[in-house]
Design a protein around this ligand. Structure first.
Ligand SMILES: Nc1nc2c(ncn2[C@@H]2O[C@H](COP(=O)(O)OP(=O)(O)OP(=O)(O)O)[C@@H](O)[C@H]2O)c(=O)[nH]1
Ligand SMILES: [Mg+2]
Length: 189
């Protein structure tokens, strides 16, 4: 079982259960965003090579419990950010992927987090932080990501969680989807 830690808070929902839940995956370049999305679609064992994302990829994903999601995997390239704003509309859950094995990526993720928190369309939307490659040599730990990104304080007004993603673990990628779904469902209550 992958490890997830978090806290609660937050506001409005949009989905009555008949449409797929809209998720965006965001974070720095090479953080592992597309890897995560295609792990949901194909399974970790079936991923061979992934190209950097030009602007976005979109896929329909069905969880193990039959829950349906529409997932927008956004490019991490900073020059694409202004063109990504239309994808934020009606988002119900955000995944912020951080590459724990790359200190520069963690600094980038801090900037990404601040940009997301300042975006009115995403106000109050639950966020799951995926600590990718947390098992790599010299990786920053999940707890360090929590404090470096100041998650407790910055995400205090929305539902959030941080989950580990360890190399090749389907269980971990499935946990991310399950935990994000739980955040979205709690948000609706
Ligand atoms: N084996 C393994 N490879 C990974 C993992 N995460 C990412 N990768 C690889 O690292 C490279 C970058 O990952 P992507 O998922 O394409 O990164 P991204 O965040 O989508 O990057 P952009 O599209 O450029 O913003 C790809 O070659 C992936 O196959 C992981 O957890 N395990
Ligand atoms: Mg990508």
């Amino acid at each position: 079982m992958g490890q997830c830690y978090g806290s609660q808070g937050g506001k409005f929902p949009l989905n009555d259960g008949s449409s797929p839940i809209k998720i965006i995956i965001t974070g720095p370049s090479l953080a592992g965003k597309s890897y995560l999305m295609y792990s949901w679609v194909l399974g970790v064992k079936n991923i061979i090579a992934i190209k950097p994302t030009d602007l976005f990829n979109v896929e329909h994903v069905t969880s193990g419990t039959g829950k349906k999601f529409i997932v927008y995997d956004l490019s991490g390239a900073p020059n694409m950010r202004p063109r990504q704003r239309p994808f934020y509309e009606a988002t119900q859950g955000i995944v912020l992927v951080v590459n724990c094995a790359d200190k520069a990526s963690i600094d980038e993720a801090k900037k990404d987090l601040d940009q997301l928190l300042g975006t009115v369309e995403l106000s109050g939307v639950p966020m799951l932080v995926a600590a990718n490659r947390v098992d790599s040599p010299d990786a920053v730990s999940c707890d360090d990501i929590k404090s470096k990104l100041d998650l407790e304080s910055k995400l205090s007004s929305r539902k959030w969680k941080i989950c580990n993603l360890t190399e090749g673990s389907q269980e971990d990628v499935d946990d991310v989807l399950r935990e994000l779904d739980m955040l979205v469902q709690h948000q609706k209550q």
